[in-house]
Ligand binder design. Structure first.
Ligand SMILES: Nc1ncnc2c1ncn2[C@@H]1O[C@H](COP(=O)(O)OP(=O)(O)O)[C@@H](O)[C@H]1O
Ligand SMILES: Cc1ncsc1CCOP(=O)(O)O
Ligand SMILES: [Mg+2]
Length: 265
């Protein structure tokens, strides 16, 4: 599953349009390049609508909110919906901060293909007390399980909640993805990069749940491998980009390792 979709990303180099935050921009673009996709960070409303209509997939990430950026998000998400471009909402910091919480709720109404966030953000997006502090989660993945299922069912979307073990649901079926490394929580914009990589898989896979799971498994496997060689958060970043770029495809040992992270016994 994961290995063949990764091969398809590399073959097709899908254009992934990101309306993302100031912190995540370069890291997400590098993660997309490393996995084999083609990133474009475009946020002006006029340009964002043009690009979202022709991109392979779109990421809308609320991490550094401003009114002009919110306009770009609405324009991009609306154009993606109209053009049938798959798009992922990463509701960074939703809950404690008011403008982004309102905007994310409006964006949810535009029908994201996937919603991906940490547990506090998913709880808040579903209208529950998430307890988020800034952009970091204070709730556990399992504490957000009911909220994630409810969001998925109400909005017809796949919801992925990240943490020590990620949880992915379409509201009916639930999967968990292991792997990763504690250093991933000490690198900024790691979840944003996971969202960007997930969008690259959405661009080439018709099965949204399978594509989301495959992307999470690849990030889990490469994160574990990078964590095993990194000395700390600084060396984790280049190690992870290298692991992502060097990850073998169909039939390889890396692909099998990623597959084994999904719903381990
Ligand atoms: N302690 C951990 N152990 C293993 N993987 C982790 C850990 N913390 C974060 N990750 C991984 O890092 C990625 C980003 O998750 P997370 O830190 O929850 O996102 P965010 O940065 O949006 O809060 C996910 O792939 C997740 O599985
Ligand atoms: C630190 C910070 N501040 C605003 S956005 C951002 C990055 C958040 O990235 P992630 O959600 O991937 O940890
Ligand atoms: Mg995040």
């Amino acid at each position: 599953m994961s290995e063949s979709l990764l091969d398809t990303v590399r073959e097709r180099t899908p254009l992934v349009h990101c309306v993302t935050n100031l912190v995540a921009t370069t890291f997400s673009a590098n993660a997309l390049l490393a996995v084999g996709a083609s990133p474009a960070m475009v946020e002006d409303a006029e340009e964002a609508a043009e690009l979202a209509a022709v991109a392979g997939a779109l990421v809308v990430n609320t991490g550094t909110m401003s009114r002009p950026r919110a306009e770009g998000m609405h324009a991009a998400a609306g154009a993606a919906r109209d053009a049938g471009t798959p798009w992922l909402l990463d509701p960074v910091g939703v809950g404690p901060l008011s403008l982004r919480t309102r905007v994310a709720s409006e964006l949810l109404g535009l029908g994201p293909t996937v919603v991906r966030g940490n547990a506090s953000e998913i709880l808040a997006l579903a209208g529950h007390e998430g307890g988020g502090r800034g952009v970091d989660a204070t709730a556990s993945v399992e504490a957000a399980a009911d909220a994630a299922d409810e969001l998925a069912r109400t909005h017809g979307t796949v919801v992925a909640v990240s943490g020590v073990v990620d949880r992915v649901t379409d509201g009916a079926t639930v999967h968990r993805v292991g792997g990763g490394h504690p250093l991933m929580g000490r690198v900024t914009a790691m979840g944003c990069a996971l969202g960007a990589v997930t969008a690259a898989f959405l661009a080439v896979g018709d099965d949204v749940l399978a594509a989301t799971l495959a992307a999470h498994a690849v990030v889990g496997a490469t994160g574990a491998a990078a964590g095993a060689v990194a000395r700390g958060p600084g060396s984790f970043v280049p190690a992870w980009l290298d692991e992502l770029a060097l990850f073998d495809g169909a039939g390889g040992a890396d692909g099998a390792a990623a597959q084994a992270l999904v719903d381990p016994a």
